[in-house]
Design a protein around this ligand. Structure first.
Ligand code: ADP
Length: 466
């Protein structure tokens, strides 16, 4: 059956057919049980009528103690009977009385009637007369002689009645199955209609209409949850599409400025003959812009590799404390040149599964920013603390700080607090985005706290072990 209900069918048809099959199986089992019970009831009713008849006969027999007289008396009442036919036999098998119907019919008789106890009911098939039901019973007359009583009745009426029940089931059953298929189809269509609506809306939503949403009439039922899930997926899609568009626009803009500078410089230089110094100046500017371009392209490449998940290899055990101390060493001279005090507090030993090159890059970017955005005479500090499961690495400075309204956007790609000033510092606005991507790919978290003119603190938390 399962094989018959093809996978290509719509759910509506599959539900309808399953519904009809289940109902048909239940219907067949129920009808079979009901017919069996009806049959039992009909037989019991017929048998109890036979018993009533034999009781009447016994009363009659008890009334006539003489067997000769008995035959005559019984003949008066029982010789011709429309439904029931009687036979009374003496112990030796000699008939004391026999209904007219039984004149030429031999009923089966127990070999020793004297030993018969209680009532014996049996079915008989009489040639040309059809099925019959026979009740045989032994009794003793007033002189204590055993006698055998038999009552016979045709089963034709009973069988016909039973057959009429069978016909009723056979005609109503298929009608019920047809009705079940119809009702099942209508119900399935009604139940599935909202799904078709959801599918139609979802299909209509494309990159251009991504702001459209599926209706959620009832958020608590299954379809409501399905619609809500789809809508959340569309939200995410829309957000990432928006981010992607923004990112592409920012990247194009970022690459356009150095290219424009280089082009203008070259055009101006070529307009007339120039001195060697002037050509040198143009080449220097071009070199500077090319370096900036290369830096942006490198960082973009890093980010896109992070996005694709191809860059980071998390299989090495990296001692973060030693790694941070190494990176910090590289900044000591720069800090000194800027008259900054540079403090590295004792770092607790902490190992993470990760990529040492990327983790170095993370701390490099954070320390580079701290030194870049802290004016002369400031202070840059590195601290760390660890509990059993997490370690927190803090890089703080007493630099220019970041106004609160910029903090939520700080880790976005190309986001700079002050565009013109940061370009002067040589920043691309990608450093913190790269930091975030590195931290997240190591299952960590990065946070920033800052106050303008007081300083900034970046806190990076990593799971790992001492
Ligand atoms: P950039 O390459 O421009 O430094 P980042 O992504 O590293 O880009 O930083 C984004 C912006 O966050 C920077 O432009 C700068 O304004 C701000 N910023 C980052 N670190 C600090 C810091 N330690 N102190 C003050 N401002 C910071």
């Amino acid at each position: 059956m399962i094989g018959l209900i093809s996978k290509n069918w719509t759910i509506r048809w599959r539900l309808t057919i399953w519904n009809a099959v289940v109902l048909a199986v239940i219907g067949v089992a129920f009808s079979a049980m009901m017919l069996a019970m009806v049959h039992r009831h009909l037989i019991a009713r017929a048998d109890s009528a036979l018993v009533d008849e034999i009781r009447e006969l016994i009363e009659e027999i008890n009334f006539y103690p003489d067997t000769v007289d008995l035959g005559q008396q019984l003949a008066k009442r029982y010789y011709v009977h429309f439904d029931y036919h009687f036979q009374v036999l003496a112990e030796d098998g000699r008939p004391l009385f026999r209904s007219r119907f039984l004149t030429y019919i031999q009923l089966p008789v127990p070999a020793t009637p004297g030993e018969l106890r209680g009532q014996v009911l049996q079915d008989l098939a009489l040639p040309n007369l059809g099925p019959h039901r026979l009740l045989t019973m032994a009794m003793r007359d007033s002189k204590s002689r055993p006698m055998l009583l038999q009552v016979l009745r045709s089963r034709v009426a009973l069988d016909q009645e039973f057959q009429s029940y069978i016909w009723m089931v056979l005609t109503l059953g298929p009608l019920a199955v047809v009705a079940a298929v119809g009702a099942g189809y209508v119900l399935a269509r009604k139940a599935l209609a909202p799904i078709e609506k959801i599918a139609a809306t979802a299909e209509r939503i494309s990159a251009e209409t991504l702001s459209e949403r599926v209706d959620v009439p009832n958020p608590y039922d299954e379809l409501g949850r399905l619609s809500a899930t789809l809508n959340r997926t569309f939200d995410r899609l829309q957000r990432s599409l928006d981010e992607m568009r923004q990112f592409t626009a920012d990247a194009a803009h970022e690459l356009r400025s150095p290219l424009a500078v280089m082009r203008t410089e070259a055009e101006v230089a070529l307009r007339s003959a120039r001195s060697v110094e002037e050509y040198r100046h143009v080449i220097e500017i071009n070199l500077e812009e090319t370096t900036r371009l290369a830096a942006v392209v490198d960082q973009l490449l890093t980010l896109s590799r992070h996005d694709a998940g191809t860059e980071i290899d998390l299989h090495d055990e990296v001692p973060l404390d030693a790694l941070l101390a190494d990176v910090a060493d590289k900044f000591r001279t720069v800090a000194q040149e800027k008259w900054l005090t540079f403090e590295v507090a004792p770092l607790p030993s902490w190992n993470v599964e990760g990529d040492d090159i990327r983790l170095s890059q993370l701390f490099f970017n954070l320390l580079d920013n701290a030194i870049k955005y802290t004016p002369r005479g400031g202070h840059v500090a590195i601290k760390a603390e660890a509990n059993g499961k997490l370690a927190r690495f803090i890089i703080e400075d007493t630099g220019i700080g970041i106004p609160a309204e910029h903090l939520p956007h700080l880790f976005k790609r190309f986001y700079r607090v002050d565009h013109s000033r940061n370009r002067a510092f040589g920043g691309t606005g990608l450093g913190l985005a790269i930091c975030k991507s590195i931290v997240e790919s190591h299952h960590g978290q990065i946070e920033v706290n800052s106050q303008p003119n007081l300083g900034t603190r970046f806190t990076v938390t990593f799971p790992g072990k001492p």
